[in-house]
Design a protein around this ligand. Structure first.
Ligand code: COA
Ligand code: MG
Length: 286
């Protein structure tokens, strides 16, 4: 799976931002036809995204297109417009059921077959950002074509009538629900946008908190946010060194017939080994 520490959006009709995005070293670039594109710019967004997919070399950045939600009336034209130009993935917002993912999965598979591209080569990422989406996560997250679930904090707060606060306590339950659904199905979990994009301290705190909860990456909306988010979702040198020590000492202690042992005055056993292995996997970009 492509590493998606930072996933940058821009309105799909904004050619300037799209061309800027490829200079930023960002993991994923998501050209938006949904809420970032004004209602009277939907057609222009499709055309501009097609032009970008045809003309621009995205380098190591993943190129994604976000369609309008299933049921909006725009979704079919959106997905059919961009698919022939082979984005790396499609982002479906406001998903509330397994069938909605399946709808996109069938259209994408049709395009892969028609163009002779490998099956499953175009990835699916979904936004879960409504009360219904959170309730139906168990079924939704089991869809075999999924790569990642993106949690939309602002949409979710609106959906449940919550007031957004700085520490986002009103979102904690849903964020954790997304993380659990992702972990159970081996998917990436991508955290909320920090909309106060000028406050990089707040962004760092929110990113580190999200990484600590178990998210693998975060949505961003401005170039200034790239580095802070990538740093927060990359394990630190200390964390990597500590994880390596756990892995090494664990093996030795197993050979001695000890399931639990002491390292630097702290108890180590199987769950700590698993955590250490997760840290090393993340450090390797998995
Ligand atoms: N992607 C790529 N480039 C971006 C960008 C983005 N999301 N946001 C800003 N930039 C560029 C600007 O074009 C500008 O480029 P320049 O220096 O070459 O002129 C530079 O970064 C600085 O931008 P700045 O003036 O600080 O921001 P702004 O006032 O123009 O825009 C926002 C602020 C929030 C409106 C803008 O960042 C934005 O539209 N973000 C994406 C919003 C979105 O897609 N929302 C839907 C998904 S949640
Ligand atoms: Mg949203």
């Amino acid at each position: 799976m492509h590493s998606r520490r930072a996933l940058l959006y821009m309105p799909g009709d904004n050619w300037k931002m799209i061309t800027k995005s490829i200079t930023l070293g960002v993991d994923s670039i998501c050209m938006d036809m949904e809420d970032g594109a004004a209602v009277n710019k939907k057609a222009e967004a499709r055309e501009t995204i097609i032009r970008a997919l045809r003309e621009i070399d995205f380098g190591a950045s993943e190129k994604l297109a976000r369609i309008n939600s299933v049921g909006s009336g725009w979704e079919k034209d959106d997905i059919e417009a961009v698919l022939p130009y082979r984005p790396d993935g499609i982002v479906i917002p406001k998903v509330e059921s397994f069938e909605q993912v399946d709808w996109a999965g069938r259209i994408i598979e049709g395009a892969e077959l028609q163009h002779g591209w490998p099956l499953n080569s175009i990835r699916i990422l979904i936004g879960v950002e409504t009360a219904k989406g959170i309730l139906n996560l168990k079924e939704i997250a089991s869809h075999p074509r999924l790569d990642a679930i993106i949690f939309g904090g602002e949409d979710f707060a609106a959906s449940i009538g919550a007031t957004r606060t700085r520490d986002a306590v009103e979102l904690l339950y849903a964020r954790q629900a997304v993380i659990v659904a992702c972990a159970a199905n081996d998917l990436q979990a991508i955290d909320i946008v920090t909309i106060d994009y000028k406050d990089l301290d707040a962004l760092r705190v929110e990113s580190e908190f999200g990484a600590g909860l178990g998210f693998s990456g975060k949505q961003i909306i401005h170039p200034n946010q790239v580095r802070v988010v990538q740093d927060a979702f990359t394990p630190s040198e200390e964390a990597i060194a500590h994880a390596k020590r756990i892995v090494e000492t664990f093996e030795a202690s197993q050979k001695e017939g000890k399931g639990a042992y002491s390292l630097d005055g702290k108890m180590i056993d199987m769950p700590l080994l698993k955590s250490a292995q997760k840290v090393l996997a993340r450090a390797a970009g998995k």
